[in-house]
Design a protein around this ligand. Structure first.
Ligand SMILES: NC(=O)C1=CN([C@@H]2O[C@H](COP(=O)(O)OP(=O)(O)OC[C@H]3O[C@@H](n4cnc5c(N)ncnc54)[C@H](OP(=O)(O)O)[C@@H]3O)[C@@H](O)[C@H]2O)C=CC1
Ligand SMILES: O=C(O)C1=N[C@H](C(=O)O)C[C@H](O)C1
Length: 265
């Protein structure tokens, strides 16, 4: 049995992860960490009944005490770099769902993981549909290089643009470069700053934040007299759980950094 600790155990994603790990016969939920709800039972918070595992503070101290095999982190963009370093320095494999790490930070964490002989897995999106959306977008890009992304999320999301939108733009840009396909020059003058969205790899990303949304993205390709739109909708956070569980089981198989769920599929 792999012993799993969830960081951010009381959050929207963390509580779903507690439930998914608890329900998996090959995994054991052994701990939960957060900054709120200290002392409350992680099973009760996740709706699976009392597990007699209280939410605790101080990840480093809890790692020394519980010694889990894997930490799953769904916390906050401002916290994830330090959280990951804490896990790696304690010799514990980590599965990161939290967004907000820069490429430089990922590289640094990867090097640190190699040095400490542990594994770190990072995925901006754990849903199979979102992984396919990104793969299809990269396939389309060489043929229709003019593209914009609209991502739509719940209004409690802390970061914009989403990690998924950034990864999508990166994959599209890489595919266009390999194919030597160039987008048309954007000649628009913004009379109001931000009107054309934020640009990642020169691809405009428009972020919508509204109550009612969970996690959605449209990738809009434009051609001469035609449009192709790839849309993905996570309408329930359950959509991320098979990917998270897969990553927990596979993370130790690849030492160092692995980035993107497609590496496990
Ligand atoms: N990769 C993927 O497939 C997905 C990634 N995400 C990402 O996961 C992250 C979390 O999202 P979500 O669950 O909606 O957010 P929530 O705010 O619901 O949950 C995060 C939890 O972590 C806690 N927390 C914050 N900082 C720390 C810290 N330093 N140590 C321990 N716990 C901490 C928060 O406590 P408090 O509330 O008191 O601040 C909160 O309970 C985001 O970055 C989001 O983009 C989300 C969905 C899918
Ligand atoms: O905060 C969220 O909710 C989500 N965050 C991830 C992201 O930023 O891409 C994944 C998914 O979109 C849900």
């Amino acid at each position: 049995m792999l012993r799993v600790l969830v960081n951010g155990a009381d959050g929207r994603m963390g509580s779903q992860v507690v439930k998914a790990v608890y329900e998996d016969k090959e995994l054991e939920i052994v701990g939960g960490v957060s900054i709120s709800n200290i002392g409350r039972d992680i099973g009760e918070l996740a709706g699976v009944g009392v597990l007699n595992i209280p939410v605790r503070a101080d990840l480093g101290a809890v790692l020394e005490d519980i010694k889990p095999d894997v930490v799953v982190d769904f916390t906050a963009p401002k916290a994830i770099f330090d959280n990951a370093k804490t896990c790696i320095s304690h010799g514990v494999d980590i599965v990161v769902g939290t967004t907000g790490l820069t490429e430089e930070q990922r590289v640094e964490l990867g090097n640190m993981a190699v040095e400490h002989r542990v594994s770190i897995f990072i995925a901006p999106n754990f849903s199979i549909g979102a992984v396919l959306m990104m793969k299809l977008s990269a396939e389309v890009a060489p043929y229709l290089p003019d593209v914009e992304i609209i991502e739509l999320h719940h209004n409690n999301k802390l970061d914009a643009p989403s990690g998924t939108a950034i990864m999508t733009a990166d994959k599209i840009d890489a595919a266009r470069k390999i194919a030597g396909a160039q987008q048309a020059q954007d000649k628009t003058h913004e009379s109001l700053e931000g009107a054309r969205g934020a640009k990642v790899d020169d691809i405009p990303i428009h972020s919508v934040r509204l109550p009612g949304y969970v996690a959605h993205q449209q990738v809009l390709f434009g051609g001469y007299g035609e449009l192709l739109t790839i849309r993905h909708d996570s309408i329930d956070r359950k959509s991320f759980m098979p990917g998270v569980i897969l990553a927990v089981k596979k993370v130790s198989s690849r030492p160092g950094l692995t980035f993107g769920l497609e590496n496990y599929l």
